[in-house]
Design a protein around this ligand. Structure first.
Ligand code: 5GP
Ligand code: ZN
Length: 112
């Protein structure tokens, strides 16, 4: 997708602090961190959101969560929160699927 910010980051056209680069998944630090650790885990394939998932995407999305867990471990997080905003009403602002990994501070529930 030529006009997608995260596709541009994946292509190296927009700089980001990469923390992981795999065959079909990357992870980089959020530009506006909402916690001491705030990393975005992103499929290289452009998928708009969880709502756009097809049956063939289940393995990839499962591995996003597994990668998020490994990153949380590498960051030394005792606990962490995974967030997947889906749709504008839910707070999604970049329409390329991503899992937020948040940690390093205590969290509250319910989220805003
Ligand atoms: P969403 O609101 O779609 O769930 O999350 C999008 C996230 O992307 C936000 O947390 C926002 O701070 C982050 N973001 C937006 N633009 C950039 C950017 O240019 N670089 C990086 N690293 N993160 C970005
Ligand atoms: Zn994209």
């Amino acid at each position: 997708m030529s006009n997608c910010l995260f596709c541009k980051i994946i292509a190296g056209e927009v700089p980001a602090t990469m923390v992981y680069r795999g065959i079909d998944i990357v992870a980089f630090r959020d530009i506006h961190p909402q916690a001491p650790t705030h990393i975005l885990v992103v499929p290289i394939k452009h998928l708009e959101s969880v709502a756009a998932m097809q049956p063939g995407d289940v393995d990839l999305v499962g591995r996003l969560v597994a990668t998020a867990k490994d990153i949380a471990h590498n960051e030394g997080l005792a606990g962490f929160r995974l967030v997947v905003n889906t749709g504008r009403e839910a707070g999604q602002s970049v329409f390329h699927l991503h899992v937020h990994v948040l940690g390093g501070r205590s969290m509250h529930w319910p989220p805003g």
